[in-house]
Design a protein around this ligand. Structure first.
Ligand code: A3P
Length: 343
């Protein structure tokens, strides 16, 4: 197991997290990362949705899913709308998380295994369900397999969403404390998480390095990487929906614009609507394996509603002290200095 030789710190939901190539990972996902890097073969039509946790991933999944599959699931009448998978499933059940899928790979030498798992995961009903393969990942850009990154051989597209680190931290804090009781853990204090967050010692952190990795790629290869900000999406959802659709190669036609499809998708994927639709039910996620041959899984049930809280910009002001705000802003300024990016 690779983790035995890596720097280790306490995790917030798992016992430990490990630092690998500059970023922190949960153990089960670290194995998944290695299998993913080795085995994943991108298709030209693949779409990868990337983010750090709590940056608006759920919203991005819903929007991208609704864009791609809009011919199949119409929006014109409420009767058609009833058929839409987002009305009955969490966005997280519709699009597989790549490191989750690859964490299940049992044998490092079996090249087919990951491919099979990916095919099944991106086709949850066992039939040709969706229009294009679409995946989610929280992995940093540098950790993605060459078959995704290589512009010569792969035309697959990446959409990245980021968020003001202050709101990201508060969202993460609430999310962690929603999950900790499932593992019989006491809530973690904001002070403790703040310290870890500032040092970058949270899963997939340091978040500034994560964001910068995708930001630089979006400047160098705008046709391959689309960089979105949660705050801007909140301000102008229709503009960003159109931008996403265009980037993905599925622009809205005049006829669709006239029919109000843009408004329908924005409404379907709005915080209020998805929050209401996801009050019940759970999604089960792998945390780690209890044994070396990966037959006993350590699973975590996540209430579908855990991904929805307030969905507002600036909520951090209700929790962070002026000193904390100053400290985080300073780190952000220093880290992003000279990049042209502002968060
Ligand atoms: P808050 O905790 O600030 O409310 P992720 O999906 O990456 O886990 O991010 C979760 C954050 O996005 C939460 O933020 C959640 O409320 C918000 N969110 C979830 N769905 C949303 C939607 N459809 N529109 C806007 N924000 C949404």
């Amino acid at each position: 197991m690779i983790s035995s030789s890596l720097p280790r710190e306490d995790g917030c939901i798992v016992d430990h997290i490990y630092k690998y190539q500059g970023f922190w990972y949960m153990e089960g996902y670290l194995d998944g990362l290695l299998a993913f890097q080795k085995q994943f073969k991108a298709n030209d039509t693949d779409i990868l949705l990337a983010s750090t946790p709590k940056s608006g991933t759920t919203w991005l999944i819903a929007l991208a899913f609704a864009i791609i599959n809009r011919q199949r699931y119409c929006f014109t009448t409420s009767e058609d709308n009833q058929k839409h998978p987002l009305l009955t499933k969490s966005p997280h059940e519709l699009v597989p998380v790549l490191e989750d899928v690859y964490a299940l790979v049992k044998d490092d030498h079996d090249q087919c295994q990951g491919t099979d798992l990916v095919t099944t995961a991106s086709n949850p009903d066992g039939k040709d369900h969706f229009e294009r393969r679409m995946f989610v990942t929280h992995l940093p850009y540098t950790a993605l397999p060459e078959s995704i990154k290589d512009v010569e051989s792969s035309k697959c597209k990446i959409i990245y969403v980021c968020r003001d680190p202050k709101d990201n931290l508060i969202s993460l804090w609430h999310f962690i404390n929603r999950l900790r009781p499932n593992r019989n853990l006491e809530p973690i204090s904001l002070e403790v998480l703040f310290e870890r967050y500032c040092k970058g010692i949270v899963t997939y952190g340091p978040i500034w390095d994560h964001v910068l990795g995708y930001w630089k790629q979006s400047l160098e290869r705008p046709e391959k990487v689309c960089f979105m900000k949660y705050e801007e999406m909140k301000r102008e959802p229709k503009f960003h929906l159109r931008k996403l659709a265009e980037f993905m190669g599925h622009p809205f036609s005049m006829e669709e614009e006239k029919r109000g499809v843009v408004d329908d998708i924005v409404r379907l994927c709005s915080f209020d609507n998805l929050n209401e639709l996801n009050k019940q039910g759970e999604v089960v996620r792998l945390l780690s394996f209890e044994n070396m041959n990966k037959t006993r899984k350590n699973l975590l049930s996540i209430n579908k509603n855990s991904w929805f809280r307030r969905g507002q910009v600036g909520d951090y002001a209700n929790y962070l002290t002026p000193e904390m705000i100053e400290c985080l802003d300073k780190i952000t300024e220093e880290k992003l200095h000279g990049s042209g990016l502002q968060l």
